[in-house]
Design a protein around this ligand. Structure first.
Ligand code: IVH
Length: 690
């Protein structure tokens, strides 16, 4: 490269980084992921190191990004408010430890590891026990005075307990400053977005942006309503300066805690890179069950005197390193939009993405929900999009990077005909759904069959999804009742089958007939009726005939059933094709009435989960699904199949799916396996999260 082209690249990088700083700090609406931003900064840093003659005092590698906002008075910081060097690579953790050992000339260093809270930094001053000032980072030298807003944070006492002078190891300062990260709990964020939706407002994109926006709200009552939280992690004495003997970061955190200010419970120590990595791994696991977002871990040299002797660069102290977890956001291309037709005929657009790494897995598809949502986000084929995992689990498209459009992008119109069977579609404005209404649409038939055979329904052993498709293709079956007319000898000669598999399916079909009454109701595939609603119906109605006789009003009187679900049940049951389906099932011995022995679970009379509705998702390490369900029921809880506003807990294991995302949206408390066990078996062990 020529000098000129390097100069051009450096200029371009500086402008880009400044633009992204503005978007992040001032507008709380970044358009690139943290990882992309860090890559730009890294490239600039490398070029500036290689060509020192092109360095500049105002380069963004030297200056901290600014969140300054002219609506708030700006005030100087007591000490510069720096940030930490970022790393995504374990090798850099090793290099960090080596560098510190070399610079300090000793091997016996102690490091602390704690979560890096994905929020907004605040510097809060107390004088004579009273909260006097709270500043945002601003440009690092002075910040915006958001004191009135900070006073609404209930975890930040406006007046400290009278014992506060006693908690300092040395002379108590008259005035001190505590720094920390303001954030929004995920449950609170979910609640706020639900309230916004009810008011017809756009949802807030993520908890960090919501926190930044909240701190910069002029109406403090609104700030109070949002319910911000805070974790503190730094303490300075202001008057007299550096009076208390905070000999280490661990002592600093203890003093902060004794002042009655919140600190994060996860603070671990490590003495070498391997131990640090082990602590980072623990945090990465813990992260899944936290009620707030963390974007990495902060590794700090514990000893204060050693910290001081290392000093800082213009931008960051040398004693700390932020280890960032792989991005929960990624930028990729939307290659195509395919369309799926579900068992109830609902047509859903699905994004086919250029595969991209996201929070530990490769993402190549994301749901687009419906056409309304697509139009709202102006999503077009060919677009560059930001993909996120809601609560880091299921990917969805957060937004389009419209400034990366080249002109060839195009929107996918709502289909006029079903893409599978060609029947004209119907729009269902109440549910913003587009629906194929052909009951014989192959996609609908396959969906119904899979549902019928599924674990919570007829649970037909020996009938995998691919056999459903081939039976349909061969014309052996159309609706689920046809399964019971299949003959053993006819199956045994099918390609890929034999006597064994035929016998297995025959046994599976016979067993299906003795499934619990609620599972048999669920197997009918009534739109909007999940496992929980099926249980409610099974408890109230003894037979399908009794259920068919119920009016929408009768149904809406039942617990957990609203008018939409009630109407959906009545509509399905009154359909001529449903009567035929039900009669055929009855003829084949798949009885649609309650038998003598009823299910035991009546949902929650007593116990630690009494009356609570719990949803399981993902794989637990030590429990099977059935064991987990049994524990919930024994603790007095009800197990539900899907997450709604009425869900009390979601128990999430590994590879948890969309239910976890829903939990986030609804603000439902998420328990990991140990949290769940601690709740249902109190006294049998400790909750591992401190
Ligand atoms: S210590 C020099 N500890 O991450 C700043 N920071 O770039 C030392 N953060 O500016 C800060 N959690 O806004 C520290 N446990 C933690 C943190 C934390 C989040 C933020 C903070 C800081 C940035 C690091």
């Amino acid at each position: 490269m020529t000098d000129e082209s390097i100069r051009v690249e450096i200029d371009h990088l500086r402008r880009e980084i400044e633009r992204h700083n503005d978007l992040y700090y001032k507008h709380a609406s970044p358009v690139i992921s943290d990882q992309e931003y860090d890559a730009l900064e890294r490239r600039l840093r490398a070029l500036e190191a290689e060509y020192p003659e092109l360095a500049a005092a105002d380069s963004p590698t030297v200056c901290v990004g600014a969140d300054s906002d002219s609506r708030f008075p700006s005030r100087p910081h007591s000490h510069p408010m720096l940030s930490l060097a970022n790393s995504y690579d374990p090798l850099e953790v090793t290099a960090f430890v080596k560098r510190l050992r070399r610079d300090l000339g000793r091997e016996d260093l102690v490091f602390t590891v704690e979560p890096k809270i994905d929020g907004v930094a605040l510097a809060v001053r107390y004088r004579d026990g009273l909260l006097t000032t709270a500043l945002t980072r601003g440009d690092g030298r002075s910040g915006d005075d958001v004191s009135d807003n900070a006073r609404t944070i209930t975890e930040l006492p406006a007046r400290l307990d009278d014992s506060w002078p006693g908690v300092f190891p040395g002379e108590a300062p008259r005035s001190f400053e505590v720094r920390g990260e303001a954030y929004l709990r995920l449950t609170r964020f979910g609640q706020l977005n639900r309230m916004r939706a009810a008011e017809g407002l756009e949802p807030m994109a993520n908890p960090r942006n919501a926190t930044a926006g909240t701190l910069k709200t002029l109406d403090s009552r609104e700030v109070a309503r949002r319910g911000l939280s805070v974790f503190c992690y730094q303490l300075f004495s202001l008057e007299p300066e550096d009076a208390p003997d905070l000999s280490s970061h661990q002592v600093e955190m203890e003093v902060i805690r004794s002042l009655g200010l919140p600190t994060n419970p996860f603070l671990r120590t490590a003495t070498d890179p391997e131990e640090i990595m082990a602590r980072l791994d623990e945090l990465a696991v813990l992260r899944q069950g936290l009620d707030y977002q963390i974007d990495g871990a902060v590794i700090k040299l514990d000893d204060r005197a050693q910290q001081v002797s290392l000093g800082a660069t213009a931008k960051s102290p040398r004693w700390g390193l932020a280890f960032k977890f792989p991005a929960a956001e990624a930028v990729t291309r939307l290659l195509d939009i395919t369309v799926q037709v579900g068992r109830t005929g609902v047509i859903t657009p699905v994004a086919e993405l250029e595969p991209v790494g996201l929070a530990g897995s490769t993402v190549s598809r994301a749901t687009l929900h419906n056409w309304d949502e697509m139009a709202r986000k102006d999503i077009r084929i060919g677009d560059t999009v930001v993909v996120v995992k809601g609560g880091d689990i299921i990917p969805k498209i957060l937004r389009v990077l419209t400034d990366r459009r080249e002109g060839g992008e195009y929107a996918l119109d709502q289909p006029v005909d079903c893409p599978v069977c060609g029947t004209p579609v119907q729009s269902d404005p109440e549910q913003v759904a587009v629906r194929c209404v052909n009951p014989l649409c192959p996609a609908v038939l396959a969906g119904r069959l899979r549902h019928f055979a599924g674990r919570d329904a007829a649970d037909i052993d020996g009938l995998g999804g691919k056999w459903v498709d081939s039976f349909l293709e061969l014309g052996l079956i159309v609706t689920p009742d046809d399964l019971f007319n299949l003959e053993r000898d006819q199956l045994a000669v099918l390609p890929g089958w034999g006597e064994k598999s035929a016998d297995r399916l025959m046994t599976g079909l016979a067993r299906a007939k003795s499934r619990p009454w609620s599972a048999r109701i669920f197997s009918l595939g009534i739109p909007q009726v999940g496992v929980t609603t099926a249980r409610t119906l099974a408890g109230r109605f003894d037979s399908i005939d009794a259920l068919c006789g119920a009016t929408a009003e009768d149904l809406a009187d039942l617990p957990d059933i609203g008018p939409i679900v009630a109407a959906s049940i009545v509509e399905f049951l009154s359909h001529a094709s449903t009567s035929e389906f039900i009669n055929n099932l009855k003829k084949s011995g798949f009885l649609l009435e309650k038998e003598e022995i009823e299910e035991v679970d009546d949902g929650g009379l007593s116990g630690p989960m009494a009356g609570k509705t719990v949803v399981l998702t993902g794989t637990l390490d030590n429990l099977t699904r059935d064991q987990a369900k049994a524990l919930i029921r024994a603790a007095g809880g009800k197990v539900a199949g899907s997450v709604s506003g009425r869900t009390d807990y979601v128990v999430a294991g590994g590879k948890a799916g969309s239910k976890l995302e829903k939990a986030l949206q609804w603000g439902v408390e998420v328990l990991d396996e140990s949290g769940f066990l601690a709740l249902v078996q109190p006294g049998d062990g400790n909750h591992g999260n401190d």
